[in-house]
Design a binder for this molecule. Sequence first.
Ligand code: COI
Length: 360
Amino acid sequence: MNNHIEICETRERKPRPPDQDLGFGDVFTDHMFVMQYNQELGWHDQKIIPYGPMSLPPAAACFHYGQTAFEGLKAYRGAGERILLFRPWDNARRINATGERLCMPPIPKETFLRAVETLVTVDRDWIPSAPGTSLYIRPVIIATEEHLALKPSSSYLFVIMLSPVGSYYRRGIAPTRIYVETEQVRSVPGGVGAAKTGGNYARGLQAEVRAAGQGYDQVLWLDGQKREFAEEVGTSNVFFMIDDVVITPPLHGTIMPGITRDSVLTLLREWGVAAEEREISVQEIADAHQAGSLQEAFGAGTAAVISPIGEICWKDRCMQINRGETGPVTRRIYETLTGIQLGRIEDPFGWTTEVLLLAE
Ligand code: COI
């Protein structure tokens, strides 16, 4: 495969919003990376071009049968203007795991990483530096064959876009209110719950919109068979601390194998805090709340970072956690993780990759 990336820079740079005005995912940088796939050439034609609309035929397979895979990772402006990526190799591995589940061709990991690094380098002035901000990186693979029969597409497009971001939730880093969804489910065993593909998120929107209308920030999804066990929050994996043990649902193929989730478990184990990956029912959470042993709860994801949960509502019962405030373990995880991501705290796990300015 030819690994040359052609760089066509824009003549018109867009104005950048001040860091303090950044929300999540509504501002895009000046450039994007694109790469084509067909059966004859495999992945080929790597380019960085001005960010803008793309043209596809209405019959392109991605519009009909959901053959898409995406990722989310971040670049940080660290001390001394170093640009750091957090665990990008894991995103390269995971986009290929999603691709395999959906019959899409793998992207060589080195190609993925080089594309991310080169694009981030070209648009490095867009990496914000205010506390709580970063440059969100969204790679996506879409099926492009112009064909309406149901079969895997024979052609694909890989695109990477960049978006400077602040907090995911409108409350900032204040604790969130979560509604336990008991009617609809997100995923079932044997399905695609562990794949990062658009349909997984579309199927959650109706319940999420309903919950937002009642003042909640997100829903907590339950297992698709019994609707008893916690699975994940719409935007992140979920953790509960009961009796000094941190519990998170296991990776049995129905939830996102989160990179932040794995980092949290690694940190907790390193600190000697008991951390269990096991099924946890809402009844167990409610019983612990009743007994006063539900100490903390939080979500963990790339976009959501570590988002404390201040209240969980299940049917007609609302449970306030840690008086609605961020707990000490949640805060320690947030500070350590973001400290490593920004290069302020030593990274003993080899999680960060420095972007060395390749495109100059
Ligand atoms: C991420 O955390 O990167 C995601 O893709 C979740 C999405 C709902 C923003």
